[in-house]
Design a protein around this ligand. Sequence first.
Ligand code: COA
Length: 189
Amino acid sequence: MRSGFLSLRVRAEGGRLNPGGYVRVVSDSTWSLRVAGPDDGAFLSDMLVEAVNWSPEQNLSRDQILAAPELVHYVAGWPRRGDLGVVAEAGGLPVGAAWLRFFPADDPGYGFVSADVPELSIGVAAPWRGRGIGRALLRAVANRARSAGIGQMSLSVERRNYAHGLYLAEGYKIVDSGGAHSDTMIKKL
Ligand SMILES: CC(C)(COP(=O)(O)OP(=O)(O)OC[C@H]1O[C@@H](n2cnc3c(N)ncnc32)[C@H](O)[C@@H]1OP(=O)(O)O)[C@@H](O)C(=O)NCCC(=O)NCCS
């Protein structure tokens, strides 16, 4: 059975690593959204690290995550054909991102439902959470997907993650609750 991000049993040995240093400035300046571009791969990897390590009980290093085939495929080769995403910036630096990627049936993501339904990944750098950025990213990536002619998007989320409630509030519906700790959701666009 496939499991959600938190169910990985590997543990980081040296604590969380963020060699990209994506949070170099922390301030109360306003933030804005932009389309994710070809140069955002490293930052999306940073946000993948945030998504995998969403719980304090999970502390995989960036290197561990990028070496795990079932995790790195969310960002590998960004941008691939069909990828789309949005990035939140504050003070000229990226602080959050949401992106979609199509997976084939023989290399599914945790939230895979079909090869023609892209899967969502999202992360906001910890100091910037709770300011509305995550909800804005979700809405922006949904709007971009709709404009691109995509009919639905999926995701996998641990039930204990408060993002679970955020997704439900944003119109996602649970389509598979068979995971031990996680649900698969779909949002129709
Ligand atoms: C999930 C995540 C992207 C949300 O981003 P965010 O910028 O913190 O979200 P927002 O500020 O837009 O908050 C959206 C809603 O989440 C809930 N929320 C926000 N912070 C919360 C907290 N600390 N505790 C509980 N609920 C919270 C609230 O319902 C909030 O809605 P409200 O502002 O109307 O009250 C972000 O917390 C994150 O990166 N978490 C780690 C990575 C992760 O879990 N990714 C998803 C994996 S499936």
